[in-house]
Design a protein around this ligand. Structure first.
Ligand SMILES: Cc1cc2nc3c(=O)[nH]c(=O)nc-3n(C[C@H](O)[C@H](O)[C@H](O)COP(=O)(O)OP(=O)(O)OC[C@H]3O[C@@H](n4cnc5c(N)ncnc54)[C@H](O)[C@@H]3O)c2cc1C
Length: 229
């Protein structure tokens, strides 16, 4: 909300309830964006930042963004005696299992390595049991905890679990800011800055993003990220 408030105060117009259904490209350049209600917005610049749906949006412009939507789920326990805000973020990378403090209890998640790609966001009851068994094994106090809430969402996963940032070489005026592979909440702020630099100054400068550009998939220079949960 802080970002949107500031953006509006600087003159940005945010359309949060209107869906993009097409992108018009002519002579290799972005021309306009089509909305589901039939409106077309003329623009020379489009940034694809549609999270797990970015692959779908890329296709509107004829671009293949190598990424998939993959379900991931978490659960939060009711408050647990002795657990406080000082409880650290704990990750067991060998199992893609993690814990951190949340509302007096513990938030825990674990990635199902066999989860097929897709847009299903229902809670997987079978995976809940697998996850909870591993969670209790690592953190025995959870055995006597109660689940307060649980939900499933979508990761936007690229082949190397790194985002796809910057200009897309196929179409003038088209940019990508997506594919965070489950880390986008942390990476979002700096990536917003980098994309602003890329669009306004011609190239990102705060961080060198060359290894994160779409071209890496063509050149084969893909260094997989190990630290993924
Ligand atoms: C269970 C779970 C736990 C996670 N934990 C963490 C964590 O601890 N730390 C972390 O950094 N990240 C975490 N993530 C990942 C993080 O939530 C994502 O990486 C991040 O939200 C991606 O941000 P985004 O802006 O790219 O996409 P999103 O937040 O998905 O936003 C994309 C937006 O695009 C909109 N959109 C899609 N299609 C269209 C269209 N056609 N027209 C218009 N709008 C469209 C969507 O409605 C949505 O509002 C977690 C994800 C899950 C599922």
């Amino acid at each position: 909300q802080g970002y949107t408030t500031q953006a509006r105060s600087l003159g940005a117009q945010l359309e949060t309830s209107r869906s993009v259904s097409d992108i018009r490209v002519e002579t290799g350049r972005i021309q306009s964006v089509g909305l589901e209600d039939g409106t077309w917005i003329d623009t020379p610049t489009v940034i694809i930042a549609a999270g797990p749906w970015s692959g779908v949006v890329g296709k509107f412009a004829g671009i293949d963004l190598p990424m998939e939507a993959v379900r991931r789920q978490i659960m939060v326990t009711r408050p647990i005696e002795g657990i406080g805000p000082e409880f650290p973020f704990v990750i067991d990378f060998s199992k893609s299992l993690y814990f951190h403090y949340e509302s007096g209890g513990i938030l825990t998640g674990m990635s199902n390595p066999d989860q097929p790609a897709g847009f299903d966001t229902s809670v997987d009851a079978a995976w809940r049991m697998t996850h909870f068994a591993h969670a209790v094994d690592r953190m025995p106090v959870l055995e006597f905890s109660e689940v307060l809430t649980e939900w499933a969402g979508l990761y936007e996963v690229t082949p190397d679990a790194q985002p796809i940032l910057g200009k897309l070489p196929q179409v003038e005026g088209l940019y990508s800011c997506t594919g965070f592979s489950g880390h986008g909440f942390m990476h979002g702020p700096v990536c917003g800055l980098l994309l602003a630099e890329e669009v306004l100054d011609g190239s990102a400068k705060t961080v060198d993003i060359d290894s994160l550009r779409w071209e890496r998939f063509e050149s084969g220079l893909v260094a997989g990220e190990y630290n993924v949960v």
